[in-house]
Design a protein around this ligand. Structure first.
Ligand code: FES
Length: 344
């Protein structure tokens, strides 16, 4: 009975983890360090608020490898839980992956139950304790066949000699290992094919944003000097005239930001950011880091939206309109000079 009770949980967790892993592998942005939705960018964002930032910093130095390990790990957990092969181990892997997401991506979510990862952690616990429960389990089938092949099927398990059981266990281990490796290779092939034929993710082109590629590792400091900073540049509504001398960090050409559009760039503090032109000659710049939990917001054409938990911010002040946020997006001062945009 407990096996049937666990089945819906296994199906949901198994499918979700498999899907999440394949989605990562097939997304061309996932390993693209210049994309704001890449694993590198997410890690650099997580470093700012995670309680295990020292570990995330280490992982971020090998972000491609870490990202690959996460995707492959999710696929392995999904296959294990779905097929009922090495289910306890798979569930433990799922728990640890969810814990790592909870301590990074979901950390700071308030109230805590708005973050999904703590729920996934809890959901994996019954599978760690009970395994596949003997229902819809390839491992259980393989074990039953191995028992029959050894002529042990008719005997109660308590009467089977430990040496005979060890032979069965070895066969089960080899066969389930073969199944797990085969399923894993197949899933990786599917992910690789999807990646080869997949396009850019919708989030990269949403809202008509002109997506100059931000580099998460960028740590360029503003090149402002006190003497070079004009008085007008310190105005909160900085949208300077074309005659102002170039100051600050150049972020692109004014023509990159048509009216009503957004242009993605890297702010000097390392955060991904947008500059928008809501009206002719008025340029506003905001951090893309959602003040709820740190996901990257997208520009829809009218406002900024966070894909993680639905926060919405105005495009003229960065103030929150709806969703689980209270704080506005961080704002930068931007000026236009000689046809170029500068952060001051
Ligand atoms: S991270 Fe939760 S709404 Fe943005």
């Amino acid at each position: 009975m407990s096996g049937w009770a666990l089945l819906p949980l296994r199906l949901f967790l198994g499918f979700t983890l498999l899907y999440a892993g394949l989605l990562k592998l097939s997304d061309p942005n996932y390993f693209d360090a210049t994309s704001s939705s890449s694993v590198q960018s997410q890690m650099f964002l997580a470093i700012k608020h995670s309680p295990i930032s020292f570990l995330v910093s280490q992982a971020a130095e090998h972000a491609t490898l870490a990202g690959l390990a996460i995707a492959v790990g999710e696929i392995a957990v999904g296959i294990s839980v779905l097929l009922g092969v090495w289910s306890r181990l798979g569930a433990l892997g799922g728990f640890l992956l969810s814990l790592s997401f909870f301590l990074t991506v979901s950390w700071g979510t308030s109230p805590y139950f708005f973050g999904p990862d703590i729920v996934f952690m809890a959901a994996f616990v019954p599978l760690i304790l009970a395994g596949h429960g003997g229902v819809w389990s390839l491992e259980a089938l393989i074990r039953a066949r191995a028992m029959r092949g050894s002529g042990l099927a008719a005997r109660p398990i308590a009467q089977v000699a430990p040496a005979d059981l060890a032979v069965v266990d070895r066969r089960v281990l080899l066969r389930t290992g073969g199944v797990a490796v085969g399923a894993g290779v197949l899933a990786l092939l599917v992910g690789g094919v999807a990646r080869t034929f997949g396009g850019r993710s919708p989030s990269e082109s949403a809202g008509g944003a002109a997506t100059k590629s931000p580099s998460p590792s960028s740590s360029a400091k503003p090149s402002t000097s006190p003497s070079a900073k004009p008085t007008a540049a310190s105005s909160p509504s900085a949208s300077a005239s074309a005659s102002a001398k170039p100051v600050g960090t150049k972020i692109g050409a004014a023509t990159d930001v048509p009216i009503g559009k957004a242009f993605a760039f890297d702010a000097p503090d390392g955060n991904p950011a947008y500059v928008v032109q809501p009206a002719a000659g008025t340029y506003l710049a905001f951090s893309r880091v959602c003040t709820h939990q740190g996901c990257s917001v997208d520009f829809t054409g009218q406002e900024f939206q966070c894909p993680c938990h639905g926060a919405v911010f105005t495009a003229d002040t960065g103030d929150p309109i709806s969703g689980p946020v209270q704080s506005p997006l961080q704002r930068y001062q931007v000026t236009e000079s000689g046809g170029s945009l500068y952060l001051v």
